[in-house]
Design a protein around this ligand. Structure first.
Ligand code: PEP
Ligand code: MG
Length: 762
């Protein structure tokens, strides 16, 4: 069964047009299961009905013509119940409804399975047979498995399809609304700009052609261009390449040869497909063949075949990648990327960067945190959109809601401009309170610190209204290089930072790579990176890296008194003891050097991040060996809720307002108070208006946030009271789900005159 299933899925996946793929599926299922009829109905939520979209065994004229209401007949029942239905005699079922056009009178046995993707019913897959019989359990399990696999394909095809018709001959007044998730708040407008156009045959949308001769012509031209590119590239690299890499160039030439791949592409064109689609079909087929090979070396070559396919496609589309890499970004650019990286943001001219649209990623990924740190509005996870479609188009981006409007019409643009004006007014109001202290209306004072290190700018200017740096993420300088930075390089950077405001405390976190923060020169491949080798686990295994970093921090602090060192991802007390041993070692090594220079070297305060749930139960033990705690609410949420904060499939479940997270935060604050250990919160929650209210109520008095949120948070603090926030907390701790908590918190913010921020409450 498994082989049959795989074979069918593989064959169907190869067909780019959804309708063709579905009718092939129906045909193959009839053959494989020896049944009389197979049909697929797709849901249309606008019309509230299922449309017969493919069939083998029912009247073919009914395809595209017969629709069944969401609450009608057996199909409607399957959709409503979201479970399979297996009956030996369909006509005698009370929900059976007769549709004469489909001509199913001769069938009795009926098996149907819902096609569901991310909780949404996309359609129904049915089998029918003349004989009265119940389908076997095996048949039922087979259909359910197939329906699950089909769901992903249908969802992708539908998302692509809604855009396909627009990619061809896009009319001048075309406008498209896309939905992602809010990554960084704010409104932005500008022209879509793709930094490095990465053409991918996998993302290419299919198309038919009218003029096959012309398609063959442009295909051949593109191949010629690619051959020329490859010749130039291999000449440029001559002598520098090992033999096996040179062999790859040979493979490219061989594949591009008119007699191998070329012939097959031209056959597809003659069947009516356009050149990019024909290339996609042939190349994807080759990729599958390479991937299925036994020899690991040959299997690896699938990547080369794909790369070659992408190069030819780029040339067909007139997007020569080397040229595009050198294009100048427009003055007001919305950066479009498959996935935003630190390097990409660092390279991009910041004066031109208005907003970010990331095809992948979620609001909790580091890319989003980075965008927030830079104060750049961002929308994440706008998946299923061919990036090329956004390039060069006017884009309006709403980082509060996750909306992206491409090529807006005049009315939308005017509405958007009005929102920008309102936002500016709010921002002016907030800025007017710049110099005032962060004190609640009932006189409770908070210390507001900044998180720094995620962007080059933020590194060098600590917010003047802040009380210091509560978290300096040291990993970015490591990520920006081709090798580990030397002790001197690190010391120079750290010195500059510590010296900038010597009277304000500066908490440096030791290297926290791993998870979603890989180092390009130290690749770690793990099945489960967030539960793997990251933070202190990695640096304790490599004391040579940790010692160099600590020495650099200590050296940078000669003559100063503001350095604090913080350890990330701590799970056990022994990790802290071990790290402290290394810190002491570095301290003694450097003490003499400081003395020789006539400088003082103070032992810095050492703290741990509370982000792994295990440490919540070890606070008394930890309190004996550290000077401070800092709650990393981002990871604490991720680990408490067992939700990978970067995985869009489950990112909806990631929520720091989850009652369990709030309860954990509350417990931590209480214990830290009893143990008299200073405590800060440095996760994103500390920079959100609602988070501030709840943290204040729990007893937190030190909050560290990205500097763009600092004045906003101060404004919140100055407009609330500790006593009211405590009442609110008592209430929300009794609630069952994050949405209810959010609602209560928003009501409180509104009642405190902070309604303007509720909209911006990410
Ligand atoms: C956290 O986990 O809350 C935190 C501040 O660390 P990072 O986001 O860098 O993992
Ligand atoms: Mg963390």
């Amino acid at each position: 069964m498994l082989t049959t299933l795989k074979r069918i899925v593989q064959e169907v996946n190869q067909i780019p047009v959804l309708d063709d793929a579905l009718s092939c599926l129906a045909k193959r299922l009839i053959e494989a299961l020896k049944v009389d009829s197979c049909s697929i109905y797709l849901a249309d939520y606008d019309q509230q009905h299922f449309l017969l979209s493919a069939t083998q065994g029912l009247a073919s004229e009914a395809v595209g013509a017969v629709s069944i209401g969401f609450s009608e007949g057996l199909i409607g029942l399957i959709g409503q119940r979201e479970e399979p239905l297996n009956i030996s005699d369909a006509p005698s079922h009370p929900r059976f409804k007769h549709y004469p056009e489909v001509q199913e009178d001769r069938y009795h046995a009926f098996l149907g399975a819902p096609i569901i993707h991310q909780r949404k019913v996309l359609g129904v897959l049915t089998l029918q047979q003349q004989k009265k019989r119940r389908f076997s359990e095996d048949e039922e399990a087979f259909l359910v498995t197939l329906a699950m696999q089909l769901a992903v394909e249908i969802s992708n095809a539908q998302a692509r399809g809604s855009i396909t018709s627009l990619t061809e001959n896009v009319p001048k007044d075309w406008q498209k609304s896309l939905r992602g998730v809010p990554g960084s708040s704010g409104l932005a407008s500008g022209l879509g700009y793709i930094q490095n156009i990465m053409v991918s045959i996998h993302n290419h949308v299919h198309g038919r052609c009218e003029d096959p001769e012309h398609e063959v012509y442009i295909y051949r031209l593109a191949v010629k261009q690619t051959q020329q590119d490859m010749t130039e590239l291999s000449a440029k690299m001559k002598g520098q390449l090992p033999d096996d890499v040179s062999a790859i160039f040979q493979l490219y030439h061989h594949l591009l040869d008119a007699n191998s791949l070329g012939r097959e592409v031209e056959v597809k064109i003659s069947e009516g497909w356009d050149a990019p689609t024909s290339l996609k079909m042939v190349v994807e087929n080759y990729i599958r063949q390479f991937q299925a090979m036994h020899d690991p070396y040959m299997r690896e070559r699938a990547v080369d075949v794909e790369d070659m396919g992408n190069r030819v496609l780029a040339n067909i589309l007139g997007l020569n990648t080397s040229e595009s890499a050198q294009r100048e970004p427009p003055n007001k650019a919305i950066l479009i990327a498959e996935e935003v990286t630190a390097a990409m943001l660092a390279e991009f001219p910041s004066e031109k960067l208005q907003g970010i649209v990331s095809i992948r990623g979620s609001s909790n990924s580091h890319a989003a945190i980075m965008a927030r740190a830079m104060g750049i509005p961002a929308v994440m996870g706008v998946s299923n959109v061919p990036m090329n479609l956004l390039s060069g188009k006017e884009i309006l981006l709403d980082g509060y809601t996750g909306d992206v409007i491409v090529s807006p019409d005049v009315t939308i643009r005017q509405e958007f401009e009005q929102l920008v004006v309102e936002e500016q007014l709010l921002s002016d109001k907030i800025h007017a309170q710049d110099d005032l202290p962060a004190v609640t209306k009932d006189d409770c004072r908070l210390s507001l610190l900044v998180n720094a290190g995620l962007s080059i700018e933020a590194e060098n200017n600590i917010h003047p209204a802040s009380d210091g740096v509560g978290l300096f993420r040291t990993e970015i300088p490591f990520m920006m290089r081709q090798r580990f930075p030397t002790e001197q390089e690190q010391a120079d950077l750290y010195r500059q930072l510590l010296e900038a405001e010597p009277s304000k405390s500066f908490t440096m976190r030791t290297l926290d790579v791993g998870g979603d923060k890989p180092l390009p020169y130290f690749p770690i491949s793990e099945e489960n990176p967030f539960l793997g080798w990251r933070g202190i686990r990695l640096t304790l295994d490599h004391p040579e890296i940790l010692l160099v970093q600590i020495r650099a921090m200590l050296r940078a602090s000669f003559g100063l008194q503001n350095l604090k060192i913080m350890l990330p991802m701590v799970t056990s007390v022994s990790e802290v003891s071990e790290a402290k041993r290394l810190i002491r070692q570095a301290f003694y090594e450097l003490e003499e050097e400081a003395l020789a220079q006539g400088q003082t070297l103070l032992m810095p305060k050492i703290g741990v991040m509370l982000e792994v749930p295990a440490v919540i139960y070890q606070l008394p033990q930890l309190s004996k060996i550290v000077d401070f705690f800092s709650v990393g609410s981002n990871d604490l949420t991720q680990y408490l809720l067992a939700v990978d904060r970067n995985n869009p499939r489950v990112s909806g479940l990631y929520d720091s307002y989850h009652p369990a997270v709030l309860s954990a935060l509350s417990t931590i604050a209480k214990h830290a108070g009893l143990l008299q250990v200073p405590i800060t919160v440095c996760g994103e929650l500390a920079g959100e208006p609602g988070g501030v209210v709840l943290l204040l109520a729990m007893g937190y008095r030190n909050l560290s946030m990205n500097s763009h949120n600092l004045l906003r948070v101060k404004w919140v603090v100055r407009n609330i009271t500790q006593s009211e926030s405590e009442q609110l907390l008592a209430k929300v701790l009794t609630l069952n789900n994050p949405q209810d908590v959010r609602e209560e918190v928003n009501i409180y913010l509104e009642s405190s005159g902070l309604g303007g921020l509720v909209r911006a409450g990410i």
